[in-house]
Design a protein around this ligand. Structure first.
Ligand code: KIV
Ligand code: ZN
Length: 515
């Protein structure tokens, strides 16, 4: 058996199924490029048949990614599989991932198919997918709650048809580690041709055991883990990539496996996904939470200062945390800025983008004495966000007046399709007044389902990063804006979301769209 663990990232497919996490094609492409930098083995780029938007996203990712295999999900039918194959055509290395439910509950109540029909459909689908590629993955959905004898029949049959990866899904997060591990062992032992496929695990986190279940599967012989950045995903999410990777690396003595991940890209990946989706990372989240390496108690601090490994099992810099040091300031030149971008692994598309980012840096340095790595990451991300939406709405000027005991008032000038409008509004606070003023002119008719502010670095002089989620008629977009003034950051985020809604690039969540 191989001693390498394949990391299959499904942030762009299962992660995106999380309500509110839908992304535009450009956003998916940005994340895919970061996943390639992270050196994941397989990127599940989407569900090509679910919508034209997702088809295009899979196609553009397939065309752009060279070092990871690009995969599309497909239900077990010819139309979905052909669509996945078409979207993946340009990929250097492609995989089709087809699935069908195998539990009695799902077959009877959801699919309204008999077990024999499901068995037949599974075989036909893998046979059809093999016409396009040798790299075919089959998943029995709700596998962990399926009858073991039936599961063995289906999996033996699909391996015979040429499925090269068998992915056992704990779709509803019902598994417990020991039982889930036993399931993988039993399947591998009982299925005569089990050695012809790589065994994979796909766990959901409804009971908080997705990572534990996945690792139990690995101990039982699974050599692929399906996971997402920050554990993003429907309901309580999927297995978290960073936790699995760091568990296997840190406890190599126990797992005895290698992973190909460039761990220094873990935190940048986490930030990017969180920024784009608007799903913040909880501070005490393992590996990528802001407190994951912070030692507050005196005893711990003392120990770490004397010898780091007294209380630290991983090094913060190994997973991509920067040391929160002052890196640049007002007097730093373009070259120093460009070099810092390189050191942070930030690649901007063109010199024009570098110049624009440098200008933003200078503006920021005028207002904020110490510029941290986190500030640079935020301003580049802010720039990309603003560029991603079209520029139908532009923030021209804004001011607010707020006084204790009085209702704050904001005046905003925005350009809509080239025409400038100034409007004044009152609100519960300066942010509320400002966003109301923008909405009064934009008349978007959207519902705001999320507003969150996050301080990028410590201290009151920090930049605020604001995420706004707007929903309208089944479409959901996230807007992000960063600025040392959180009212400005809020206005930027709102305008960014409006521009995304205005652009045709915005897509609906595949879940809503899928027939
Ligand atoms: O959770 C699940 O069952 C899935 C399958 C498509 C693998 O995401
Ligand atoms: Zn899933």
């Amino acid at each position: 058996m191989s001693d390498r663990l394949i990391i299959f990232d499904t942030t762009l497919r299962d992660g995106e199924q999380s309500p509110g996490a839908s992304m535009t094609k450009e956003e998916k492409l940005r994340i895919a490029k970061q996943l390639e930098k992270l050196r994941v083995d397989v990127i599940e780029a989407g569900f090509a048949a679910s919508s034209n938007g997702d088809f295009e996203a899979v196609r553009s990712i397939a065309g752009a990614i060279k070092d990871s295999t690009v995969c599309s999900l497909a239900r077990a039918n010819d139309r979905d599989i052909a669509r996945a194959a078409e979207a993946l055509q340009g990929a250097k290395s492609m995989r089709i991932h087809t699935f069908i439910a195998t539990s009695a509950l799902h077959m009877e109540k959801k699919l309204r198919m008999s077990p024999e029909q499901v068995l037949e459909q599974s075989k036909l689908s893998v046979r059809f997918a093999r016409k396009f590629t040798d790299n075919v993955e089959f998943s029995p959905e709700d596998g962990s709650r399926s009858d073991i004898d039936f599961l063995c029949r289906v999996l033996e049959a699909v391996i015979k048809e040429g499925a090269s990866t068998i992915n056992i899904a704990d779709t509803v997060g019902y598994g417990v580690p020991e039982r889930f591990g036993d399931l993988i062992t039993t399947l591998r032992e009982r299925i005569p041709n089990s050695d012809k496929a790589v065994w994979s695990v796909h766990c959901h986190n409804d009971l908080g055991m997705a990572v534990a279940n996945s690792l139990a599967g690995v101990m039982a012989g699974a050599r692929q883990v399906e996971c997402t950045i920050n554990g993003l995903g429907e309901r309580a999410g999927n297995t978290s990539l960073e936790e699995v990777v760091m568990a296997v690396k840190t406890r190599r003595d126990y797992f005895g496996l290698d992973v190909g991940i460039d761990t220094a890209q873990i935190v940048p990946s986490s930030r990017l996904v969180s920024g784009i989706t608007g799903f913040p990372v909880q501070p005490n989240k393992a590996v990528v939470g802001a407190n994951a390496f912070a030692h507050a108690s005196g005893i711990h601090q003392d120990g770490v200062l004397k010898q780091r490994d007294t209380y630290e099992i991983m090094r913060a810099e190994d997973v991509g945390w920067t040391t929160n040091k002052i890196v640049l300031g007002k007097l730093s030149g373009r070259n120093a800025f460009k070099q810092r971008l390189q050191e942070l692994g930030i690649e901007l598309e063109s010199e024009t983008d570098v110049n624009a980012a440098f200008q933003r840096f200078k503006d920021l340095a005028d207002r904020k004495a110490d510029i941290y790595d986190e500030d640079i990451q935020a301003l580049v991300s802010d720039q990309a966000m603003q560029q991603a939406g079209d520029e139908h709405y532009k923030l021209v000027a804004m001011r607010q007046h707020s006084e204790m005991g009085e209702q704050p008032v904001a005046a905003v000038t925005i350009s809509i399709g080239g025409a400038e409008h100034t409007v004044e509004c009152s609100g519960n606070g300066p942010v509320d007044a400002t966003l109301k003023a923008i909405e009064q002119k934009a008349v978007s008719g959207t519902e705001m389902t999320l507003y969150s502010v996050n301080a990028i670095s410590g201290g009151t002089e920090a930049q605020g990063e604001v995420t706004v989620r707007l929903a309208k008629g089944g479409r959901v977009v996230n807007g992000v804006g960063a600025d040392p003034d959180i009212v400005v950051a809020s206005a930027k985020a709102y305008i960014n979301a409006l521009n995304k809604l205005h652009s045709n690039d915005t897509r609906v969540n595949p879940q809503i769209d899928t027939p």
